[in-house]
Design a protein around this ligand. Structure first.
Ligand SMILES: Cc1ncc(COP(=O)(O)O)c(C=O)c1O
Length: 506
């Protein structure tokens, strides 16, 4: 839900203030980092970046008369302001991206379910499943490895026209929940990279019926709470916790993310868990940028996102008038799987010009435009509060030129994604697979073996094999078809010999 009334004074930025003040106080730094606020820089680095970022790159020390110069206390105040702005019970600043947030959520639900899962404290078995779609980000598989949890996949569908995964239906979630063995949590990506989302409220209801927490990878939705024209936040729809890559959409530094919790039992566990997952030397620049980015959203978010929404809508209309291009619009909401979308993302089909997404991406780069992502038949462009009419105008102009240059009889027939075929036979938990002995084996000779690591065609970025999954003739056929069509596959033990890591037989 869109929130506007806040409990705390959202104009405050305690972390940013403390950091700025420390640099102004002229203190002689007999402490880390070794560059000593920029005094020891390589000449070219100094020229390229200047000294300012280094002057603010301190750790542990911060000036705060209110908190007796205690940086931990300043951080707690900044995080409390963020919890108020984002509608959370608690918010944690992350310096290792949403990747750390996802891993922390999974470790937390495993920890909470632990006493239920282990018959004996010394059991070696990994039991407990997380119900999730296969299209989850790879950081989720890392989290499953760390937490010793097993995936129970929810059947998703594929949109043939746009070449993107569609959210799973509620009945697919229901079916997966019924099949699950000792489920500990539900996990959904909300929204997808393309800014579309299923009915998360219903998934939350289902999770509540099963008395299990709903965890949300909200990497692409840190802006959702700040304008009514954007989808509702995951927390407002009933998520127990969500992780947002603030750095992907807000005015903050790369790697700076947020982890929100809405339940006390999760909130209480997080400091200990994050202490395991993240560096003990967080970048205070990242934290200061999160503090300021939160203030900007709480104070001016509505106005700034109004502008981004208007710009993206105007661009969408203009792009849709360019012959040969098609930009995803509201009509996508008529699909039963889709409940909401983020209109600031421009998903543009280029195949009617006879181009693949990556061909269009390369061409646009020569025109000084870099897109976010190139798919088989589309490109994805992000419009945020950092864009103005001139940038968006340049984009539309370049797209017009792209269409003109490639007008005429279509020469090239873009690659189509083969129909995904996966085994789905999870024989070991990802952690068991990861910790077993492995050897490399040619994929085409690996029927019946158990994959030790993921093998993923890009696009679509959905793993064909995950750690612990049995390799079948269908999964091999699918992967072979992908590489024959020139689709890149990541995760080989050796790309030349097309070998994959498999688990040694006992
Ligand atoms: C859907 C999704 N989840 C999680 C992540 C990981 O986020 P981060 O880069 O902040 O660690 C990404 C990154 O691309 C993502 O697209």
């Amino acid at each position: 839900m869109f929130r506007s009334g806040y409990r705390l004074d959202q104009s405050k930025t305690p972390f940013l203030d403390g950091l700025k003040q420390y640099s102004l106080d002229g203190i002689i730094p007999f402490h880390t980092p070794g560059h000593k606020q920029g005094r020891s820089l390589d000449k070219e680095l100094r020229q390229a970046l200047g000294e300012l970022p280094f002057r603010l790159d301190v750790s542990d020390e911060i000036s705060s008369p209110v908190h007796d110069n205690n940086s931990e206390a300043v951080l707690r105040e900044a995080e409390a302001l963020a919890a108020d702005a984002f509608g959370a019970d608690r918010t944690f600043f992350l310096h290792n991206g949403t990747t750390a947030g996802i891993q922390a959520m999974l470790l937390a639900v495993r920890q909470l379910a632990g006493h239920r899962l282990f018959r004996s404290r010394f059991s070696q078995e990994d039991v407990g499943e997380v119900i999730l779609p296969r299209s989850v980000h790879r950081s989720v598989f890392g989290g499953l490895v760390l937490a010793g949890l097993t995936p129970r996949f929810v059947q998703e569908t594929w949109d043939e026209e746009w070449n993107i995964p569609l959210p799973a239906s509620i009945s697919a979630w229901q079916t997966a929940a019924e099949a699950a063995n000792q489920p500990v949590a539900f996990l959904e990506t909300y929204p997808s990279y393309y800014g579309i989302a299923g009915n998360l409220g219903k998934v939350a209801q289902l999770a509540a019926e099963w008395s299990r927490p709903l965890l949300v990878d909200e990497a692409h939705g840190a802006h959702f709470g700040f304008h009514p024209g954007l989808p509702p936040t995951a927390l407002s729809l009933g998520a127990a916790a969500s992780a947002q890559s603030a750095h992907k959409v807000l005015g903050v530094l790369t790697q700076a993310s947020l982890l929100h919790t809405s339940r006390q039992e999760l909130s209480e566990l997080m400091p200990a868990i994050l202490g395991i997952l993240q560096s003990t030397s967080p970048s205070f620049l990242l934290y200061a940028s999160l503090d300021a980015g939160r203030r900007q959203m709480a104070v001016e978010g509505r106005r700034l996102w109004q502008q981004a929404l208007e710009l993206s809508q105007a661009a969408r209309e203009r792009i849709n008038q360019i012959p040969g291009l098609q930009c995803l619009d509201r009509e996508i909401l008529t699909k039963p799987e889709i409940a909401c979308w983020d209109p600031t993302r421009l998903l543009i089909r280029v195949d009617l010009l006879g181009l693949s997404g990556s061909q269009a991406e390369k061409w646009l780069r020569q025109e000084g435009i870099q897109v976010e992502l190139a798919g088989l038949n589309h490109i994805l462009v992000l419009v945020t509060i950092g864009d103005g009419p001139s940038e968006v105008g340049r984009l539309v102009e370049a797209l017009g030129k792209l269409a003109q240059v490639h007008a005429g009889p279509v020469q090239y027939s873009p690659v189509r994604l083969p129909k995904p075929r996966v085994s789905g036979k999870i024989k070991l938990s990802p952690r068991r697979a990861m910790l077993s002995h492995w050897h490399a084996k040619e994929l085409t000779r690996a029927i019946g073996e158990i994959a030790a690591s993921s093998l993923t065609p890009y696009p679509p970025g959905i793993p064909a094999l995950v750690p612990g999954e049995q390799i079948t003739a269908e999964s091999i056929e699918y992967l072979e078809e992908c590489w024959q069509r020139g689709i890149e596959i990541r995760g080989w033990a050796d790309v030349e010999s097309k070998t994959i890591w498999v688990v040694d037989a006992d």
